[in-house]
Design a protein. Structure first.
Length: 262
């Protein structure tokens, strides 16, 4: 007859206690099995040169940017428009969980990187790379990095939204595009993106809404009032979306709206 699990556990712990007692009674063995514990020391030392202070400030700035990276990604890139349109599409078709959220967010991220690639390349060529090569200062690099971002935001922001935030901030009216502050431009851009996304969502809803109305009318005429219209209309909406090559048409139209030509 084999050991039961309870007996095996009791035997294991008994052997373990015996080994611990044997090591405790034998100092030589105890010294042989000691393990060194590493120590961690954190201290502040005075900076010897101004460059040391600059390096510390650069590290703090980098950590701050990394902590704000999700907000920058959402508020200063096409991510907002893309993810809202995908949500409207899923609601219009009637598939509440398909495609899954992970797929939608992943596709929106890669589309965002694809659309923002020229802007990122310009920032790298004119700001980041010269700064890393010590050809410009960090102030000049920061100024040069703002230019492509500002140009992108201005192209995709409505003047009415910019004017609203200028009035709300109670600042002087900008003389030209370069005088618009990022503090005003970023929220105006977000509002413009949300408005554009809702317009695209409305256009997406119309054909699927027509299918729902037709199916509901047919079921009502046949006296099948207890049958949910969504159960019948969903296959037709999926068939319509597949026949028109919906994903290609939708994503291609959104990228063209950002100035990407094919």
């Amino acid at each position: 007859m084999g050991f039961k699990p309870v007996k095996v556990l009791i035997l294991f712990f008994a052997c373990l206690l015996a080994v611990i007692a044997f090591i405790g009674l034998s100092p030589d063995i105890a010294q042989a099995v000691t393990f060194p514990i590493p120590s961690l020391k954190i201290g502040l030392e005075p900076a010897s040169t101004p460059e040391d202070v600059a390096v510390v400030l650069e590290i703090v700035a980098l950590l701050t940017i990394l902590s704000l990276a999700p907000s920058i990604l959402i508020l200063m890139t096409p991510f907002t428009r893309i993810i809202v349109v995908f949500h409207f599409l899923r609601q219009a078709i009637g598939t509440q969980t398909s495609p899954p959220n992970q797929v939608i967010v992943g596709l929106a991220l890669f589309m965002t990187f694809f659309i923002m690639r020229p802007v990122g390349q310009e920032i790298y060529d004119k700001a980041l790379n010269p700064y890393l090569e010590n050809r410009i200062t960090y102030k000049e690099a920061f100024h040069e990095a703002q230019i492509p971002i500002r140009n992108y935001l201005l192209v995709n922001t409505r003047e009415a939204d910019i004017a609203m935030f200028v009035k709300g901030a109670k600042v002087a009216k900008p003389e030209n595009r370069d005088d618009v502050s990022l503090l005003i431009l970023v929220p105006a851009y977000v509002i413009s993106e949300l408005k554009t996304a809702f317009i695209i969502g409305f256009v997406l809803y119309v054909p699927f809404l027509v299918i729902d109305m037709v199916v509901a009318s047919v079921l009502l005429a046949m006296g099948m009032m207890m049958l949910p219209p969504v159960m019948i209309s969903m296959p037709f909406k999926l068939m319509l979306f597949v026949l028109v090559d919906g994903w290609n048409l939708l994503i291609g139209s959104m990228m063209k709206s950002f100035g990407i030509t094919f």
